[in-house]
Design a protein around this ligand. Structure first.
Ligand SMILES: *Cc1c(COP(=O)(O)O)cnc(C)c1O
Length: 430
């Protein structure tokens, strides 16, 4: 597989190089130089999830990991299902929250950890990542206990749900968590600064497991195939997929799946009040506003990192901008959507509810809709109980950590403070 830096076309990388580097020169994102078109789609869709995913990833990545390695990686990473549930006659949801940390980020996090530990083969590395909630947990669990890999996770203090925080800040050993006094964009900016810092990069062998890491996106391509495989054949040609979006990695993966030949009529980019992309798609003007906190906090991002990849796909003709619609949903309609879903007999959570609302608002007659269920409702327990006026129960993964203490260290959003903290922590740990 060859990838190219979208900011510096002379900077190219193999899959193994791109996964280790994370970001390219000048903070550019890596993207495949070509997206392969798959033949025999109907046959492919009939295959079981793991077997099909190996084929999809092999078409993208090729043989560079070595004989049988991709098979092993996918088998160890994708150990849980992604079922489609029917909500109404015309609307389905794809449940992506049956992994260990109850959000779709388990797919990318676990695939990346399995690939990276094989590629590094014992060489030390420090994963430094910012999380708006679910990435942290997925990455921490995926890398917990892997030798020679240290993980440092930054998250905006008080801006993610308490249970979300508990899922990763309670892990010890090679997992280190920092609560930053700021918002997600501040955390993301600190990570970018660290990657620009030669001393940090070289002494700590930095790697970001953010959705800017191409391996995560490639893993996510697989569950779009899984979604369509569960939709009745007669409905596949009219399928609209609504993606609750923050950093836009999930939507990028969906667009890659479509470019590979997966039958999807169009996508809806669903956001909360942080609506940089829906406004951009309407007006053509890129005008990020200050990030506002919402109940769908994993999507509180106003400068989405992955957008240049989507822009790149549009420029290269892999995606038709005219078929990409944006929808922004405010807090009141998010609440309403949660209640409507409950009336239809389905307990959801704010991120998926935004995608559902965007679908019901934006679907045309004859179309079938599918929205991504990106997290388990219990991860957003307070919000969901508040909207529905009734208690919901905790699955085991959450019940287990609910009573434990957070081990996160609180720091201001100052780069030098963070740098010192990281060096002190990891030296003490070496
Ligand atoms: C991360 C996350 C999103 C946003 O996904 P992106 O790929 O960043 O657009 C949506 N919902 C949940 C629950 C998430 O954790």
């Amino acid at each position: 597989m060859e990838l190219v830096n979208l900011k510096e076309s002379s900077d190219t990388a193999s899959f193994s190089q791109a996964i280790v580097r994370g970001l390219g020169k000048n903070q550019g994102l890596y993207f495949p130089t070509a997206i392969p078109k798959l033949a025999n789609m109907d046959q492919l869709l009939e295959k079981p999830f793991v077997e099909r995913s190996v084929e999809v990833l092999h078409a993208l990545i090729g043989d560079e990991l070595g004989e049988g390695v991709l098979d092993d990686v996918v088998k160890e990473a994708f150990t849980f299902p992604a079922p489609v549930e029917k909500i109404t006659d015309d609307i389905y949801t794809l449940e992506l929250f049956h992994g260990p940390t109850l959000a779709f980020k388990d797919f990318g996090g676990r695939f990346m950890a399995q690939c990276l530990s094989r590629i590094l083969d014992g060489k030390p590395v420090t994963i430094l990542t910012a999380t708006s909630g679910d990435t942290g947990a997925a990455v921490a669990h995926a890398f917990h206990g892997i030798e020679n890999i240290n993980v440092v996770i930054l998250f905006p203090d008080g801006k993610i749900s308490p249970l979300q925080e508990k899922l990763f800040s309670t892990l010890d050993g090679n997992i280190h968590t920092v609560a930053i006094d700021g918002d997600f964009d501040d955390c993301q900016a600190l990570v970018k600064k660290a990657f620009d810092d030669q001393q940090m990069r070289e002494e700590l062998h930095l790697n970001s497991a953010n959705s800017i890491n191409i391996s995560r996106l490639l893993a996510q391509v697989c569950y779009y195939f899984e979604a369509v495989s569960q939709i009745p054949e007669a409905e596949r040609d009219n399928l609209v997929i609504s993606v609750p979006s923050g950093n836009f990695g999930n939507l990028t993966a969906g667009l890659i799946a479509q470019a590979m030949g997966l039958p999807v009529k169009r996508f809806i980019a669903a956001t909360n009040l942080n609506d940089t992309v829906p406004r951009y798609l309407k007006t053509g003007e890129w005008d990020p506003k200050k990030t506002v906190a919402t109940m769908s906090n994993a999507m509180d991002v106003s400068q989405p990192n992955n957008w240049p990849r989507i822009e790149g796909m549009i420029e290269r003709g892999y995606t038709d901008k005219a078929l990409l619609k944006g929808e922004s949903v405010d807090e009141q309609y998010t609440h309403l959507a949660l209640r409507q879903l409950a009336q239809a007999g389905y307990t959801s959570e704010p991120h998926a509810a935004i995608a559902y609302r965007s679908l019901t608002h934006g679907m045309e007659s004859g179309e079938k809709g599918l929205f991504l269920g990106t997290a388990h409702p219990a991860k957003f327990r307070e919000t969901v109980e508040n909207a529905l006026g009734q208690p919901i129960s905790l699955p085991k993964a959450l019940a287990d950590v609910a009573g434990e203490d957070s081990l996160a260290v609180k720091l201001s959003a100052d780069y030098e403070t963070l740098k010192k903290h990281i060096f002190d922590t990891l030296k003490g740990n070496a």
